[in-house]
Design a protein around this ligand. Structure first.
Ligand code: G3P
Ligand code: MG
Length: 245
């Protein structure tokens, strides 16, 4: 897969865009990440009331826009007018137009806390299906909920899938997740789980491995030395500079 670094420097992904210097999950943050030299962006998606795939991390708008409503209770037309810290809330389609036109990799994270996970998987799969195969090349999806990824596989979404997990997951949750992973899938562990031994083991099973959220240059360099495939960061400029040295 194109997502393996294979001995070169790891790919750098702007986490919610260049979220250190621009409002997270906005077109401005995605454009800035690419301007700063990121290879791609990570973004979070959930559905509007009228079933449009919107780019938003939290279930409600309190943190980004100081409004109490939930994303799932507003129509896309309304969401697109809301100021989320200096730019508006974009649709996934608008974001893909921007990022794929610039040749970027795009990690679409499907949020697991949505009212209807299958509806989200279906909407994302049909949005991808409407794009040309050449446009889909840099796209891949991730989720903390394995059943969302399994649903996308069943819907023949034909994009790489990456399983997210963090240190708070119990052994049982991790086991359920790992039973559903196939060798061509990716793993997106919290960076503290990415020991050199674990990275080697995951690569031996065939997976690509991207760590999040890595903001410290020293940590990025250690993970790069251990062979990590990608680093998801709030600060693409800082990591790109460190990895070039
Ligand atoms: O996809 C990596 C990371 O974004 C997962 O956590 O909460 O920032 O979406 P969160
Ligand atoms: Mg995310």
């Amino acid at each position: 897969t194109r997502l393996r670094a294979r001995g070169g420097r790891p790919f750098v992904y702007g986490h919610r865009g260049a979220s250190k210097r621009a409002p997270e999950n906005t077109l401005r943050a995605f454009a800035l990440a690419l301007d700063e030299g990121a290879d791609g962006v990570e973004l979070d998606v959930r559905l509007s009331r009228d079933g449009i795939v919107m780019v938003a991390h939290d279930p409600d708008l309190q943190r980004v826009a100081k409004r109490p409503e939930r994303v799932a209770d507003l129509d896309a037309a309304t969401l697109r007018t809301i100021d989320a810290g200096g730019d508006t809330i974009p649709t996934l389609d608008d974001t893909l137009d921007l990022a794929l036109a610039r040749g970027a990799l795009v990690n679409v994270e499907l949020k697991g806390d949505v009212p209807d996970r299958l509806a989200l998987a279906r909407a994302v799969a049909s949005l991808f299906a409407r794009r040309r195969p050449s446009e889909r090349e840099g796209l891949f999806v991730s989720s903390f909920r394995p059943e969302i990824l399994v649903a996308l596989r069943a819907l023949r979404a034909r994009v790489p899938l990456a399983f997210l997990f963090d240190p708070e997951h119990t052994g049982e949750v991790r086991g359920a997740l790992l039973r559903r992973v196939t060798p061509s899938d990716g793993l997106h562990p919290h960076h503290t789980l990415c020991t050199p031994g674990a990275i080697t083991r995951w690569h031996a099973r065939g997976h690509f491995v991207n760590a999040w959220t890595v903001n410290a240059p020293e940590r990025a360099l250690a993970l790069a030395a251990a062979g990590i495939d990608g680093l998801i960061t709030d600060d693409p400029a800082g990591l790109v500079a460190a990895l070039r040295r």
